[in-house]
Write a protein that binds this ligand. Sequence first.
Ligand code: 5CA
Ligand code: ZN
Length: 413
Amino acid sequence: MRSWPTVAIPDVDPKYTLPKLTLKDTLSGTKKALPTKNLYRMYVCGITPYDATHLGHAATYLTFDLINRYLRATGAEVRYVQNITDIDDPLLERAKRDGIDWEDLAHSQIELFRSDMVNLHILPPESYIGAVEAIPLVTEAIEMLKEVHTIYSVDDDLYFSVRSDAEFGTRSHYSQVEMQEIFSQRGGDPDRVGKKDVLDCLVWLAARPGEPSWPSPFGAGRPGWHIECSAIALAYLKPEPADDYAIDIQGGGSDLIFPHHEMGASQVAMMTGKPYAQTYVHAGMVGLDGEKMSKSKGNLVFVSKLVAAGVDPMVIRLALLSAAYGRDRMWTDAVLAEATARMARLQSALSRNEVAPTKECIALIIASLADNLDSPRAIKAIDSWIEQTESGLTGGSSGELSRAIDTFLGIAI
Ligand code: 5CA
Ligand code: ZN
């Protein structure tokens, strides 16, 4: 699938030293410094293209954009892969409900997502891969899992046996009861008769009448959700044989911790004999005015609608960065109003002939982001600089500060 155009990133002045990036790892529950490397492999779960791009999606991709920007600023290469779940039950259900062709729905939403990502200055993945185009990779992955005896069939459908991985369930820290509950909420089928374990997940769904299907060595059908991401990640990130982990960063929103990322980690461990990711990073959920933002509640706020209403995408970016990425938070009119006011003050301060010293502010932005992407702290440093400039301090370089804000926070002013 075509990715989207890249965004220029200003270079970092060599006078600034970049500390190692630390990130909160969901598996260990602690902050971990990423090892220094020349190449990082990052996989982030992409959209299911039927309601793109709401502010929750935007916040999640923005989180990984901060990681991407920081690692690149250290001089490293980031091999970044993202998928598109362009065939799955929820997409088919939505297309049916709205009386449209599922492929047309997916294409229109992917197009919208691309333009939202461009507007938000989110760096594109190197590989942007749809589930449909990845079907040969999915079937190869299933073959590999078959070789290690982790696949069985129920009727003509194929399942991954979670108990073949002794570590299954240990990564996401939920009890058995919680796992079962979340599994059913997120498309799982705990009650399917013939399964070996209630949590076993579908990897290949045999063709159903009236539904799209593709040929495969296991008969016509379509991929299950979790195997789609495992197969795409391995094929496009190409793990380094000498590494202890298959990839460096596995990411997405916290709604994917279980079952999606647990299943993926198990499948990859079975296929490669290594743990999946060095660090598992999850962005918190964004809600609206005190409620969970969800399709069923119909309270989604879309980036494209805000932009069409005249909101500057850089203000949306600033607004989303004003809260810590890992926490659940609310989008409210007040959040947008605060970011609008902050942007106006920042623009006005940066346009002065004389501005307050900038070196300390830039160093603080870098140090804050290095500390588990603490964007609220980086914004606080910018606020203090604005106040200093407004109070008449001089000696700084507005060009240097606006470049650093662009490089690290992705906000072009
Ligand atoms: N296609 C799958 C992942 S393989 C999927 O979860 N698609 S999605 O469209 O539902 O979500 C796309 C990304 O946005 C995922 O990383 C998901 O975790 C994240 N996301 C979804 N809703 C929210 C929300 N309300 N707040 C923050 N992130 C969200
Ligand atoms: Zn995924």
